[in-house]
Design a protein. Sequence first.
Length: 332
Amino acid sequence: MNIAIPSEGTDLSPYLPDEHGLFFIYHFTTEGVRTRDTAAAHWTWRSYQLSDMRARHEIGADQALPAPVREAFLTASHGCHIDLEDDWLYGDLPDLRHDYSAEAGGLGHFRFALNDTMLVGARKQPLQSVDNIRKAIENGSRKFRSPAELIEAVVGQSFDGMATELAALSDSLDGIEDRIVCDAWHNERQALVDARRHLVVIHRQMATLTNLFRHLDHSHRNDLPDSINDMAARLSHRAQTLHYDGEQLQARTRLLQDELMAKLTTQSNRLLYVLSVMTAVLLPMTIISGLFGMNVGGLPLVNTPLGFWVITGASLLIAGVTYLFVRRLGQL
């Protein structure tokens, strides 16, 4: 994996793994403050680079994690899920890739497992939400008294990122709509296609998260602590809200595409009508010129000095009558 470090002199430890495949390990007191004293730690957050074989070996050998949890971390698939196993809540959540990633933009995956005293996280690419939370911990602006609070903050950051994307797409659609209404729509087809494609990605992510938290609520409500149930309910509500907002923008995009296609159809019909009128007007003249262009004997007006002008006048007269007839048909 290639990672572009933002600038020279930046601390590389959060972006490059150590000899154990760890990005970092943070300890927190009961008040949620980060501490370097492991004896005072109430809970711990370990973050691994999942594409590093040393990290995969560490996770696979960690007997504190139940076997299904270790398997979920090491599997090659990227199916999003949330499950419970022996008091460990674990899963795979989608998140936006960080700008530092060589594959910046699009969706990445954040795998996690937590209990009361431990949070294990793993990812292949730098993720925006995880890095935002890491920076907040580094500068002391956020406190996390439990792993569940931190996971809620990570997912909340992901929701914030998607809400920002939806707001930007809404502004873009406003501009496209204004140009379509003002008949300056000729270059908007690709912009609508790009917006629709982006909305599809975000909408699928929102649908996935909504279904995940609904599954957690329905399947494990009686097995989870109240704090995690409350967390799941809050995240589920916000996921449903963003899912609804995405659906509204998708519907709006489809309406704009329909309106744009209607304008394109109208323009095509207008051009076809002009072409049809020109064809009808020129057809008699083409027939006459074809008849008088035959190199055979017996053609009338061949020896008359005014023959050309007679034929030209007759052709123009017939073309004018045809034009008036076609225009009248178009007005019926």
